[in-house]
Ligand binder design. Structure first.
Ligand code: NAD
Length: 334
């Protein structure tokens, strides 16, 4: 049995992760969950949304699946999600986005992976007020930070037989920061002559992704552009309900959906569990449970293709738990 930390999160997180647990169990994966709560719900008791026992658990297991966690807008506590990525130096955010048969989308030729730098850029959280009427945020891009994320993108391409990496930037305007990201990524690309390398300015990239997504393979992005383009790409493949993700560091990883806590649907057994379940499948692949990974991925695709027991966002009326039940039925039927 492999110990894996499970952070259920808040909002719709607990119901989504409960569905995910049942699917992982049915896959036959040898996983022992260590469940630790974080987020809004633990603030009152622990005075922080990220208590030490959460960090201790991830420190020990080195691998976690996380439900979404709410971050107050404007004021209030800082993002638990960003804090976890920083604490464990999970610098590579890998977000695969590919079309699945049965999803209601006019665009079918999407098979992309976003490789997003996860620790620098405007997300370093260095910002302050200048008097009452101005605010300043500092954008950090380093050569070392860019080298390691660029290497992750090219290594991913090699491992999964992908052909092309597109570097996304705004170096025409941010000549220092995005200029450094572009220059450093191009340097790293030289070590991978078998992988095609090109670049796009981020605004043009957004338009191209909507009009010609089939031209793109791996998108190598600094933090902010990667975050925004991930939601755009999720929209191309049927919405946030089906888009998984992984946060990878040197010897630690946290797997979570791209989407947030969708608080307006909390407790309604309504939202799509696919993104969280596919994130857990990526975790299983990471820990070497290849069979379980494949069984879950196949069951998810089958249930969506059949379209009988899918949630509202995929045009169905099934609840979160019904859709998970259907995946389990497909996986366990003889
Ligand atoms: P959100 O992703 O929670 O939801 C936006 C909309 O997307 C929802 O209203 C819903 O229509 C749809 N959606 C999201 N998940 C879905 C699912 N599983 N199935 C079907 N539809 C789904 O984004 P938001 O409303 O901007 O953010 C809510 C909170 O989540 C905020 O506090 C934000 O900071 C936080 N957040 C957390 C994470 C994370 O935990 N990693 C990521 C993004 C946002």
């Amino acid at each position: 049995m492999r110990n894996v930390t499970l952070i259920p999160g808040d909002g719709t997180g607990p119901e989504l992760t409960a569905a995910m647990r049942r699917v992982v169990e049915a896959s036959g994966a040898k996983v022992q969950w260590e469940v630790v709560d974080a987020g809004e719900g633990v603030m009152a008791k622990h005075g922080t949304p990220l208590p030490k026992y959460v960090l201790d658990s991830v420190q020990k297991t080195r691998v976690a699946v996380k439900g979404p966690i709410t971050t107050p807008i404007g004021s209030g506590f800082r993002s638990v999600n960003v804090a976890l990525r920083k604490e464990f130096d999970l610098y590579a955010n890998i977000r695969p986005c590919s079309y699945m048969e049965g999803v209601k989308t006019p665009i079918k030729n999407v098979n992309l992976v976003i490789v997003r730098e996860n620790t620098e850029d405007l997300y370093a959280g260095i910002e302050h007020m200048i008097g009452k009427d101005a605010a300043e945020s500092i954008k950090i891009i380093t050569r070392a930070g860019t080298e390691r994320i660029a290497r992750s993108a090219f290594e991913y391409a090699v491992k999964y037989g992908r052909k092309k990496v597109t570097i996304v930037h705004k170096a025409n305007i941010m000549k220092c920061t995005d200029g450094l990201f572009l220059e450093t990524s191009r340097e790293i690309a030289k070590a991978y002559p078998q992988i095609q390398c090109e670049d796009r300015i981020v605004d043009n990239m957004a338009m191209q992704l909507v009009q010609k997504p089939e031209l793109y393979d791996i998108l190598l992005c600094p933090n902010l552009y990667g975050d925004i383009l991930s939601d755009l790409c999720a929209g191309l493949i049927g919405g946030l309900g089906v888009a998984p993700g992984a946060n990878l560091g040197k010897d630690c990883a946290i797997f979570e959906a791209i989407h947030g806590s969708a608080p307006k649907y909390k407790g309604m057994n309504k939202v799509n569990p696919t993104a969280v379940i596919l994130s857990a499948a990526l975790m299983l692949e990471y820990i070497g449970e290849q069979d379980a990974y494949e069984r879950i991925s196949k069951a998810v695709r089958q249930v969506i293709a059949e379209g009988k027991k899918v949630t509202y966002d995929l045009g169905g009326t099934a609840g979160t738990s019904d859709m998970a039940d259907e995946m389990i039925r497909v996986m366990t039927k003889r």
